[in-house]
Design a protein. Sequence first.
Length: 207
Amino acid sequence: MKVVLLGAPGSGKGTQAGFISEKLNIPHISTGDIFRENMKKKTPLGLKVKSLMDSGNLCPDDLTVELIKERLNHDDCKNGYLLDGFPRNLHQAKALDGFCPPDKVLNLDVDFERIERRITGRRSCYECGGTYHVDFITDPNKCPLCGGELFTRKDDTSETVKTRLKVYQTQTEPLIGYYSEQNKLVTVDGNAEISDVERNVLEALGI
């Protein structure tokens, strides 16, 4: 099965992606991983991406599409794929339809207020690198594992989260309507407990 995973930043896509990938025995493919892999191997595409990022520019759609198209030609994609982070906009979605269209598009729907709470409540430890949420630890400033000092990452501030959510609304949310018109969209309530979300994901995908 070929699956595209949609959802705002902090909606739990990473958690569900691992679960779906294992259940369907298909590779979990994220654009971030592809960028890093190509840059590490210094492929021609990877060098292009590195040059853009080093100059502070975003990777253009056509280059991102080219990277995804090449990745989907690998042998591990013969039985399908799980795309996470692609497509991000209508241009990319239409391009994907041109060479390897998805069978299902799973949309994780989570309230933005809950997302902001999830992200801004994350804390990381300077000492051991552990990551926690203030709702589940006694002291929001002290690592429960090693006792080290906890801090908030720059990407986890309220201002940054609001900016990321606005970008998602502008660029990615239109894909919900696009895939709905193709009768490929299934939406799962991501506000529930992880075990409930997983059960609903299996049902939505017909697994």
